[in-house]
Design a protein around this ligand. Structure first.
Ligand SMILES: [Zn+2]
Length: 191
């Protein structure tokens, strides 16, 4: 107990003496690192946007669907107008997990950040990308993969999609729900 109170005192002292250092130590990089799943990463996205812009939107839901992909391009995720659901394309998620797992979390972060900014009312694509880049650089630094995705996602596209002719859908269409996705409209796909 003694040693624990000593530690607390030291920690408080450090926080008092180096507030910016302590804030930086609990960095967004490590927040993202310790995220365990999509829902966790989404929490880091919400935290980042709140910290950077002061804005937030509660009550969003997240769904995963195989939206396809190919050499001509792919959809990372979309936010259906007038809904509170962000739907991520599971195909590039799977692909990046296989080819470059270290980029998985930064990719998810970037895609969710982009869509989350849409849900906050930023509709214009260029403005959304600018804002995503601005937030990423501010909280992760320019060289972090999160910022590199925000700077130029197309640089990573070859790693994110299956080659068009190589992809086998295996005759099924899967939809995975993350946190209370609207089951009534999707139940025909589950089973
Ligand atoms: Zn967009």
């Amino acid at each position: 107990m003694l040693s624990s109170s000593t530690c607390l005192a030291n920690c408080s002292y450090l926080a008092y003496a180096y507030p910016s250092l302590v804030n930086a130590a609990k960095s967004f990089d490590s927040e993202l690192d310790s995220a365990k799943d999509l829902a966790d990463i989404f929490e880091v996205v919400k935290l980042a946007v709140r910290k950077s812009t002061g804005k937030e939107r509660p009550g969003l839901m997240l769904g995963l669907a195989n939206l396809g992909g190919g050499p001509q391009g792919f959809v990372g995720a979309f936010f259906p107008i007038a809904t509170n659901i962000i739907v991520m394309n599971s195909l590039p998620l799977k692909r990046i997990k296989e080819t470059d797992p270290a980029l998985y979390k930064p990719y998810v972060f970037h895609i969710l950040l982009h869509e989350y900014l849409h849900t906050l009312g930023i509709i214009d694509e260029a403005a959304t990308r600018r804002k995503a880049y601005e937030i990423s650089v501010q909280l992760f630094g320019k060289n972090h993969p999160v910022s590199q995705f925000a700077a130029d996602l197309s640089k990573f596209v070859p790693k994110l999609v299956y080659p068009y002719y190589g992809w086998q859908p295996q005759g099924e269409y899967q939809l995975e729900l993350v946190k209370g996705f609207d089951r009534s409209s999707t139940s025909s796909y589950i089973n």
